[in-house]
Ligand binder design. Structure first.
Ligand code: 4AD
Ligand code: MG
Length: 439
């Protein structure tokens, strides 16, 4: 028997009297004695199956009556117009095949009527994902990534895959995950930073990578994961970091606009409205940001220190009042940005790094890189790094490295913000954090 001839969303009054097979999960059941209603759910929606005791074989009626919620079934039957049924049609069953019965009790209520804590949901993620508002997050994440990738392709970026088992990190030792690599210690990649820069010496000119990145984040926050998907872009022959920022705003604004139209149904069903995005995004220098934040007297930042989460939020509020959700922070103090960022030659206290902020949260860090071998070595020494750990990287700068720059963007944070999801873990199918290693 064919398990499915129609999706539930295809069942309309036009099919009245026609034979169909539908397959899915038992969403809920209602018992009116002589009548049993079964709501069957598939990827596209829900259909009512109506079993009238007097009109059915006793065995079939008994099978329907005995089904546990979330069992997987295939139902063949006749479509019937019924104004009282959701969507105006129901199915009068002829056969019901139980493909897999579900255990009871269920770990959480798929209909969403009973609230479940995030931990319970994540512990039982497969069942949790049966709820449409949960899967919608991943449909939208997919649309955003697909369009980002497509637009980068238009802009001449070549998608690459760099090693994820690495010998050195570029984003600070404290968040490295060590792993046993035969008889040596290696690490899970924190970022493709070193490799994407090395590739700028290859002539590929513009590269894109969309891949997992790992950070041993010690603190438990709603915006940090141990494993996230990083969109990394790197481009050669730039004049300044402005070229990278311009590219990012074009690609991101385009991808967000695409999501607004292609996912309008999902967004509407989630009750979410995407913020209007227009380019260029405003630029605020780090010094201006510090002034704005300190003037608010909600929190304080000393020039030269990194912006705290609190400071970022305060700035987010100030910018929102001016009508800006997305804005760049530029001209960061040199000493708080990594060694690979180019220092401003005229004003060495600041560098060519930028962050892109979205509603008070950092979604991107990027900048122009230092491509001059000798300057790069000095910068690494200044930051207390042992350059011999980075020979494989530095060698790429000895034989012809063009000026270049790039960025890393955490896709989960973007999804978290646009869908107004409280905890970043909800934007990952199987999130990893300090305490979560399964499922
Ligand atoms: O700011 P980060 O650490 O910068 C880099 O990795 C550089 N290599 C980027 C570059 O090309 N200059 O990370 C980039 C972005 C952050 O802005 C954030 O969106 C995301 O990656 N990110 C995280 N997302 C979730 N959980 C975490 N623990 C994250 N750490 C970084
Ligand atoms: Mg950053």
């Amino acid at each position: 028997m064919v398990l499915r001839t129609k999706w539930t969303c295809e069942l309309t009054e036009a099919l009245d009297g026609k034979a169909v097979n539908v397959a899915g999960w038992v969403h809920s059941k209602r018992n009116l004695g002589g009548i049993r209603f079964l709501l069957l759910r598939d990827k596209t929606g829900i259909i009512q199956v109506t079993a009238i005791k007097k009109k059915l074989e006793p065995e079939l009626f008994a099978t329907i009556a005995s089904l546990s919620k979330e069992s997987v079934v295939s139902v063949s039957g006749q479509v019937k117009k019924n104004n009282q049924a959701p969507h105006g049609v129901e199915i009068i069953p002829e056969t019901v095949t139980v493909l897999n019965p579900a255990d009871t009790p269920l770990p959480l209520d798929v209909t969403g009527k009973v609230h479940a804590e995030l931990d319970t949901r994540l512990d039982n993620r497969v069942v949790d994902l049966r709820r449409q508002n949960v899967t919608r997050v991943f449909i939208i994440k997919d649309a955003l990534l697909a369009e980002f990738r497509r637009k980068c392709d238009d802009e001449g970026f070549v998608e690459v895959h760099t090693p994820k088992i690495v010998a050195a990190g570029a984003e600070g030792g404290s968040t490295l995950f060590p792993i046993a690599y035969f008889d040596r210690e290696a690490y899970l990649a924190q970022s493709p930073q070193l490799y994407k820069q090395m590739l700028m010496g290859s002539g590929l000119d513009r590269i894109l990578e969309i891949a997992p990145a790992w950070r041993a984040e010690k603190s438990d926050t709603i915006r940090h994961l141990s494993e996230f998907i990083s969109i990394d872009m790197e481009m050669a022959f730039i004049e300044s970091e402005e070229d990278v920022m311009g590219m990012l705003e074009r690609v991101l604004a385009h991808a967000l606009e695409h999501v607004r139209t292609s996912c309008s149904l999902q967004l509407e069903e989630m009750g979410v409205e995407l913020p209007e995005v227009s380019i260029p995004f405003p630029r605020v220098t780090y010094s201006e940001a510090v002034e704005l934040i300190n003037a608010s007297s909600e929190t304080e930042v000393e020039w030269g220190e990194d912006l705290s989460t609190e400071a970022e939020k305060v700035l987010g509020k100030i910018m929102a009042e001016k009508g800006h959700d997305l804005y760049f922070i530029t001209e960061y103090p040199s000493r708080i940005k990594p060694f690979y960022i180019m220092v401003n030659d005229e004003r060495p206290e600041v560098c060519r790094a930028f962050d892109l902020e979205f509603s008070g949260m950092e979604i991107t860090s990027g900048g122009q890189r230092e491509h001059r071998h000798d300057v790069l070595i000095n910068r690494m020494k200044e930051q207390g790094l042992d350059t011999s750990d980075f020979t494989f990287y530095l060698d790429a700068f000895r034989f012809g490295m063009p000026p270049h720059g790039g960025l890393g963007l955490g896709i989960e944070r973007v999804v978290q913000i646009i869908l107004d999801v409280k905890n970043i873990r909800e934007t990952v199918l199987f999130p990893r954090d300090r305490s979560r290693l399964v499922p």
